[in-house]
Design a protein around this ligand. Structure first.
Ligand SMILES: C[S@@+](CC[C@H](N)C(=O)[O-])C[C@H]1O[C@@H](n2cnc3c(N)ncnc32)[C@H](O)[C@@H]1O
Length: 230
């Protein structure tokens, strides 16, 4: 078994366990759902959600898009996503590793991925994602960010108290079990993130005119539109 196979297996095991303890509530990813929804292309019939987890964003998409394909490496995540999405007949949830997934050329108006790409070799994945988008389609990414400079540390002076406030306001009724905390700790042990300059370099070198932005709660976003003439 190669290095990357064993890492993929660890990621799958980590998220299988995290899925069992998932509680719905405010977090640093869904805080940006509204922003991400604003990035949808005007014509958006088909969307792909990569690393959909429990499917919270897939369900938001399904209210706006005819057909949503949502894939995740973790069978337990997909199981929870299906349970929570019984009201939606237009979401196709599949257990799949995006790295071994056979893309169809020009299939999607939108490809979205939230808090997932740090698990993947972005540079080798992007050409496939570009090919799978229809001309005029959009790639919309939100992912975790590593600190790199004083500006990041200064923004913590705002982010840390605001994070505490949002947690108290939104999640005070949610009790995180010791098992949930342990599952997350184990996962974070092997998690690595890009800095903003690394993200800017990687994304803008493959995606002309991609907009790479830093967000307060330790996240960056990328929005890129495939040329309609492509
Ligand atoms: C931090 S979770 C984010 C889930 C969801 N997007 C959200 O915002 O709540 C990352 C997800 O990516 C999935 N994932 C990791 N590597 C993957 C891969 N190679 N292919 C598909 N999904 C993957 C994990 O199983 C996990 O559910």
């Amino acid at each position: 078994m190669g290095m990357s196979d064993s890492l993929t297996q660890k990621i799958r095991n980590d998220f299988d366990l995290i899925a069992l303890h998932d509680r719905e509530g405010w977090d640093h990813n869904n805080h940006y759902h509204h922003f991400l929804l604003k990035q949808l292309p005007a014509q958006c019939k088909t969307a792909l959600d990569i690393g959909c987890g429990t499917g919270e964003f897939s369900r938001l998409l399904a209210k706006r898009v005819e057909k949503v394909f949502a894939i995740d490496l973790s069978p337990n995540m997909i199981e929870v996503a299906k349970q929570r999405s019984r009201m939606f007949s237009n979401i196709d949830f599949q257990v799949a590793d995006v790295l071994h997934w056979e893309p169809i050329v020009e299939q999607f108006d939108l490809i979205v991925s939230i808090a997932t790409l740090h698990h993947l070799p972005v540079e080798s994945l992007l050409p496939n994602l570009k090919a799978t988008l229809k001309p005029g389609g959009r790639l919309v990414i939100l992912d975790l960010l590593e600190h790199e400079n004083l500006r990041d540390q200064v923004s913590d002076f705002v982010a840390i108290p605001l994070n505490w406030l949002f947690q108290v306001l939104n999640n005070k009724h949610l009790q995180q079990s010791p098992e949930a905390a342990a599952a997350m700790r184990e996962h974070l042990r092997t998690d690595h993130y890009l800095t903003l300059s690394q993200a800017q370099r990687i994304y803008t070198s493959s995606l002309r005119r991609a907009k790479v932005r830093k967000h307060l709660f330790w996240r960056y976003s990328v929005v890129w539109e495939k040329s309609a003439a492509a």
